[in-house]
Write a protein that binds this ligand. Structure first.
Ligand SMILES: *Cc1c(COP(=O)(O)O)cnc(C)c1O
Length: 467
């Protein structure tokens, strides 16, 4: 029995994992405690079988249209992963080659993102975009503090300007590092942060503006160039020099291949830093992010720690200490394996499927597209106004789940919380074939719902969906 998270009994049903008799060995216990540290050993086969069977209850990754995160790599990657499973990214002294490869990777990214000089840039791997965003935000904050102190001004009330549709990691950044978030609400006219009315938010305490390349809610790009132009304007009028961090968790690994002409990166001088998730469209298994600063001057020196490295020292800037090094090697493998043309082909295939799906869904009379997946291969739609009061997208999401498809429905952020959308993230491995099967199931479920002769009961609470 659980009371306030404390287990008060250990024999109640549901407190133990049962072992299928097929796997039980003579003399071995046939059940193990779920929440208590086991008293005795079990055979590796037994422990394996239990963990293996329990994790089977997780969703099927191939049918998961909710996540951005890579769920498939080829056999060579799997082999490398196993070989490198023991590497610790922080042990630069013990694993100097992994450290070297990490440097090669972020230099490649600096070049891909048009840093003025890839050698003059600085970057690091992280555990994901969340950590990378924290580091980007911290650098903006420290740079602002230095400038304020140098001018004899207060550093009491830093703020950061961002869209109300930012990923939750930015809310965490503001909370953990005590920076006031100034959310610019999106609207039907301004579906993304686009620089419009920015001067109402920016002041002398603004450490920076976040621009999202691939908004998590919808997949849309924020026009970094227009945001930068609005900030140029502000600088001209007020003298405030506010820099941009681009959160390219998904888009920074799409735009260089699918929209090479789009200027969103270090080509814009105001862009100080960019992050991406190696484990999203970088095509690596979970546990990898990247952040790159346009030049060494953009990362205040007093944030950087020095670790011993082959007799010399190695700069590090990270929230974690130990962390897996294998993902960095996997990223390097993918860069070598695919190159520009390979990444272009893979991302284009995903976008083709996204456009195929959004076209089909947009033509269904029940729905209205929010966007079509031509930025990153992600798009959202809503129920057409006036179509029905018998069901909503949450019901449809539940119906699709019965067929194994995970397609979340959720409210839009402030100030559009009255609008519910449903979103599909197309990733490598979601083929035209699978997309066709999905459309069949979608149509069947919509027909089922439309045939209801009365309204389905509405839930008063929807489980929180975290993007
Ligand atoms: C996914 C995402 C994040 C967080 O990335 P993780 O790699 O999951 O930590 C941050 N920003 C945006 C825009 C995202 O889509």
């Amino acid at each position: 029995m659980t009371q306030n998270g404390i287990h008060t009994e250990d024999t109640t049903d549901g407190e133990r994992v049962e072992l299928n008799p097929v796997f039980a060995r003579p003399g071995e216990a046939t059940s193990l405690p779920k929440f208590h540290f086991p008293d005795d050993e079990s055979l590796p086969e037994t422990a394996y079988q239990i963990v293996h069977d329990e994790s089977m209850l997780d969703g099927n990754a191939r049918l998961n249209l909710a996540t951005f995160v890579g769920t498939w790599m080829d056999d060579h990657a799997s082999k490398l992963y196993l070989e490198a499973a023991d590497k610790n990214m922080i042990d630069k002294d013990e694993y100097p080659q992994t450290a070297e490869i990490e440097t090669r990777c972020w230099r490649m990214l600096a070049e891909l993102w048009h840093a003025p000089s890839a050698e003059g840039a600085i970057g690091t791997s992280t555990i994901g975009s969340s950590e990378a965003c924290m580091l980007g935000g911290l650098a903006l904050k420290r740079r602002w503090q230095h400038a304020r102190r140098a001018a004899g001004l207060s550093t009491e009330r830093p703020n950061i300007v961002l869209s109300s549709a930012v990923q939750v990691c930015w809310e965490k950044f503001c909370n953990y590092f005590e920076v006031e978030p100034r959310y610019v609400p999106i609207s039907e006219e301004h579906k993304v942060l686009d620089g419009d009315g920015l001067d109402a938010y920016v002041d002398e305490n603004t450490i920076g503006v976040v621009a999202i390349l691939g908004v998590t809610y919808t997949g849309m790009y924020e026009p970094v160039e227009r945001i930068a132009a609005a900030l140029d304007d502000i600088q001209e009028r007020t003298g405030l020099d506010v820099r941009i961090h681009v959160d390219g968790a998904s888009g920074a690994m799409i735009a260089p291949f699918l929209q090479p002409e789009l200027s969103w990166d270090f080509r814009i001088e105001r862009v100080a830093s960019i992050n991406t998730s190696g484990h999203k469209y970088g095509l690596v298994y979970p546990g990898l992010g990247w952040v790159v600063w346009r030049d060494v001057a953009s990362l205040p020196e007093d944030l950087v720690f020095r670790v011993r490295y082959l007799g010399g020292d190695m700069p590090t800037f990270a929230l974690n200490f130990s962390r897996p090094g294998a993902q960095v090697l996997l990223q390097y493998y993918m860069f070598l394996r695919l190159g520009r043309s390979g990444y272009t082909a893979v991302q284009r295939a995903s976008r083709d499927v996204a456009l195929y799906l959004s076209d089909a869904i947009g033509r269904m009379p029940e729905f209205e597209l929010w966007n079509d997946g031509s930025d990153i291969p992600v798009f959202a739609w809503r129920l057409r106004e006036g179509h029905t009061t018998n069901w909503n997208l949450y019901h449809l999401s539940d119906r699709l789940r019965m067929k194994g498809w995970l397609v979340p429905a959720y409210p839009m952020p402030d100030e559009l919380t009255n609008i519910t959308v449903q979103r599909i993230v197309v990733r490598s491995g979601f083929s035209h074939d699978l997309a066709g099967s999905f459309l069949d199931d979608l149509r069947a479920e919509v027909d089922y719902l439309d045939a209801l002769d009365g309204p389905l009961p509405a839930e008063t609470q929807h489980g929180g969906f975290h993007h």
